[in-house]
Design a protein around this ligand. Sequence first.
Ligand code: ASP
Length: 328
Amino acid sequence: MIHTGGTLVMRPREGRGALTAEGLTADLLAELPVLKQVAEIETRLLFQLDSSDMQPENWVELAGVIHGSLDKYDGVVIVHGTDTMAYTASALAFLLPGLDRPVVLTGAQKPLFAVRTDARTNLIDACQVATLAVPEVGITFHSTLLRGCRATKMDAWGMDAFGSPSCPPLAELGLGVHLAGHVLPPRPAQPFDPRIEPRVLAVRTFPGLEPRLLQGALTSGVRGMVIEAFGAGNVPRLTRSLIPVIDTARGLDVPVVIVSQCPRGNVDLSAYEGGSAAEAAGAISAGDMTAEAALAKLMITLGRATGGRVQAARDAFAAALVGEMTPR
Ligand code: ASP
């Protein structure tokens, strides 16, 4: 069990209401001895962060620790804040493609010390899932196991914080555990590759988005862009057209990847003129990937690109590597 922080282990700071990850409860086995009935657990404190402070470098360090010790354990549980859990889960999925056992992230909407906490159930469920034949990076939350690179935080209030709108859950935890048929088979271990390129920009299109702001980003060193486009992947092409930006990006060998800002559904760049024009200017469809997964995949792909960046992204987004998108 690797601790990175998050609400699950937080307590309010002395004299102030805000929850803090400093001085967090790291000894969850002492707090929740029942966990020892689920599995034989070793704990390790890696970070003490509110997950809004997680950075790509933290993903790589976490993945490296898991990669280096995975053969000693049947599975790994990562205690993590919910805010960026879907980003970390996506990054881990791409950084650890050769999994033969589970890596499960969990957290809570209310801290373990709170009376109405969801931490207890989530932790017990995550530990249980970590003992099962699920060789994937998953998120266990609210009695459900989701594929990490398909999950997104949908709710900042309710206990059912995560959804996976384009991929059914990998498991449901009720009276027993139901494993779904689409759990990936075990994959052979691969050497760890820590390279990552954080200079990626994600932008949500909206009426009024000023293309000059994106042109400015391109000239200030952006190496890749994820555009969260409308509907099936449409961007403005008349007033404040984004097409010249996409074209400029291609000229600078900066890949532009398109996801939909709709939580569910597929990008189809041929469906409307806004998408077709983007595609003709060089944009790359990410199918039904989440914005989180597309961002992580682009950062990792660019970190490893030795030749052209656009071609590397085009190759990477042509197919799913770890179940992150539905085959087109
Ligand atoms: N801000 C917290 C975090 O992401 C929220 C949570 O854990 O639910 O670390």
